[in-house]
Ligand binder design. Sequence first.
Ligand SMILES: Nc1ncnc2c1ncn2[C@@H]1O[C@H](COP(=O)(O)OP(=O)(O)OP(=O)(O)O)[C@@H](O)[C@H]1O
Ligand SMILES: [Mg+2]
Length: 210
Amino acid sequence: MTERLRIKDAVIKYGDNPAVNGVSLTAGAGEMIFITGANGSGKSTLTKGIAGLLPLSSGTLVRTPRMSYVPQYEEADRDFPARAGEIVLTGTQRPGKLFHTRNDRNQAESAMNALGIYDLADREIRTLSGGQLRRVFLARAICGKPELLLLDEPCAGLDAHSHEVLFSILRGMMSEGCAVVMVTHDISDIDGIPEGRVIRISGGRIAGYE
Ligand SMILES: Nc1ncnc2c1ncn2[C@@H]1O[C@H](COP(=O)(O)OP(=O)(O)OP(=O)(O)O)[C@@H](O)[C@H]1O
Ligand SMILES: [Mg+2]
């Protein structure tokens, strides 16, 4: 199986405090890894480390550059004057690519359609509800056809229908070789993809595989 992610003995610190302390995990093409654990156990810190937003103090990280990441809380400036459709389209950007192609626009439109936000494309993001904005960021993440998708509590704020739609999109992406790493507290997420692996984090360390 082609590996999309390999992190080994990762330590990630805030100041002198290690929030992630010696975590190793791999994710292969088409695999789903659920990361679970109590509040403050280090799940978001780990995903930020994998995304490249926080440096590893020690350990190694090897992953595909074709990665999309959706943070736990929208860290975007809500007052940023952008329309939903423009935000989604940025998901197709690649280093060295100057312009959006017609294909990029088609992919952005189909992601918006899939997540039921096509009608919101021209809306300023500051006018969207929390769940609508979350779907914009999810559409942005999926439309670039990533090989690794990192989702930090993606279902928080999603209604039951959007949850179902998201899981069917994830299954489709996994069947095309995308590895998905999802932080979740919700057992129904884990039940939704029973073949997924579950890793429980406690105090910045892997406490178990369920
Ligand atoms: N920016 C930061 N500066 C300092 N400490 C931080 C920072 N972000 C998180 N921490 C600390 O690091 C630890 C891990 O936090 P993290 O956000 O990774 O937890 P989590 O497992 O995602 O929790 P939750 O389930 O609440 O989202 C916690 O003790 C937290 O207080
Ligand atoms: Mg978190």
